[in-house]
Design a protein around this ligand. Structure first.
Ligand code: NAD
Ligand code: UDP
Ligand code: UDP
Length: 324
């Protein structure tokens, strides 16, 4: 086992954060999970709270935070369009003020810091697949901008702290990731389709369903994030982390219907404004620099995610999760 570290995970009670906390604890580290429970939930980390190496703090990263840690994973930020557009000013504050505070903390502690950035920095891309050198095609004033531009500004801050203060930074550009512990009302496509299929409700496809996304299973993503954190100090990223398997939303709907055996019909609804047409990561840098490649095919990951939601929807916990 490696040397045990003190690690801060912001947004640690969210979907990705909870898996990250779990994995870091399993590696023998001490984990401080900071979350304001906007989209995350104490239920996501309920199985960790009895572990003395785990500490849960309710805190909003737009306010300063004084702790002592060796590494920081900055994941705090709502990720679903429905949630990040609910209070867009708070979304930008979370990305920008949150990044400043966590970078300030990292600077004081000389700690390594990783930013959970996003494929949204590429906007609706006209380079396909997307490579890290591509500057993106982002609307600065649309309904998605609070998230996209907030995350872009956070990247700017990370690279300025690196240039100006020699901080040890790591920037991961995460592509659409799915798996157990997504919120059933999260609004993202994989959880929506699965919950709709399990309830035999209509599957809601926005637009004509020909837009594409590339879906990464959560376990693979977490391995990628930890591998990036463990690289030597010269490696800053940005590095794409995602699964290059690209699917249309129609293909995804059909696969979910097949795997759930659902009687749901498909319903077509209007396409949201500025919805990216296509998205697929070029992961050659992740392969070269991290030796990382995703292992879970969509069919297998969907199977595990469906089993989770099936259990959740038939238990009392769905009420708790939805009420948080
Ligand atoms: P999530 O919504 O489940 O998790 C985000 C967590 O951050 C939640 O627990 C939420 O309560 C917390 N949070 C939000 N605002 C906060 C604040 N001001 N202070 C403290 N905590 C706050 O989403 P997720 O899918 O787990 O995403 C985690 C991170 O990864 C986000 O930064 C997201 O932008 C990034 N990301 C995710 C994906 C994906 O497909 N899942 C893709 C690209 C980037
Ligand atoms: N900060 C924090 N925890 C720390 C150190 C700093 O939350 O341990 C916050 C603090 O609010 C500060 C921000 O991080 O405003 C940026 O810190 P930095 O040192 O870069 O700038 P300054 O303190 O000069 O504003
Ligand atoms: N989408 C859909 N039906 C839904 C939810 C989403 O067709 O019920 C579409 C959405 O318009 C987008 C894609 O699925 O084209 C992925 O949406 P999601 O919100 O999961 O992520 P993002 O757009 O941020 O990649």
């Amino acid at each position: 086992m490696q040397h045990s570290k003190q690690i801060l995970v912001t947004g640690g009670a969210g979907f990705l954060g909870s898996f990250l906390c779990e994995r870091l604890l399993a590696q023998g580290h001490e984990v401080i999970c900071v979350d304001n429970f906007f989209t995350g939930s104490r239920w996501n980390v309920a199985h960790l709270v009895s572990n003395p190496a785990f500490e849960l703090i309710r805190h909003d990263v737009t306010f300063p935070l004084y702790l002592e840690v060796d590494e920081i994973y900055n994941l705090a930020c709502p990720a679903s369009p429905v949630h990040y557009q609910h209070d867009p000013v708070q979304t930008t504050k979370t990305s920008v003020h949150g990044a400043i505070n966590m970078l300030g903390l990292a600077k004081r502690l000389k700690a390594k810091i990783l930013q959970a950035s996003t494929s949204e920095v590429y906007g609706s891309p006209d380079m396909h697949p997307q490579q890290e050198g591509y500057w993106g095609n982002v609307n600065p004033i649309g309904p998605r901008s609070c998230y996209d531009e907030g995350k872009r500004c956070a990247e700017t801050l990370f690279f300025d702290y690196w240039r100006q203060h020699a901080l040890r930074i790591k920037v991961a550009r995460i592509f659409n990731t799915y798996g157990p512990r997504m919120h059933p009302d999260d609004g993202r496509v994989v959880s929506n389709f699965i919950v709709q299929a399990l309830r035999n409700q209509s599957i809601t496809i926005y637009g004509d369903g020909t837009q594409t996304r590339s879906f990464c299973y959560v376990d693979d993503l977490i391995t990628g994030l930890i591998s990036l954190m463990e690289t030597s100090d010269e490696v800053t990223g940005p590095i794409n982390i995602g699964n290059p398997g690209e699917f249309t939303m129609l293909e995804l709907a059909e696969l979910v219907l097949e795997l759930t055996g659902s009687r749901s019909k498909i319903e077509f609804l209007p396409l949201p404004i500025d919805d990216p047409r296509q998205r697929q990561p070029d992961i050659s840098v992740a392969k070269d620099v991290l030796g990382w490649t995703p292992r879970t095919p969509l069919r297998e990951g969907l199977g595990k995610t469906i089993a989770y939601f099936d259990g959740l929807l038939s238990s009392n916990r769905s009420g708790h999760v939805a009420a948080e």
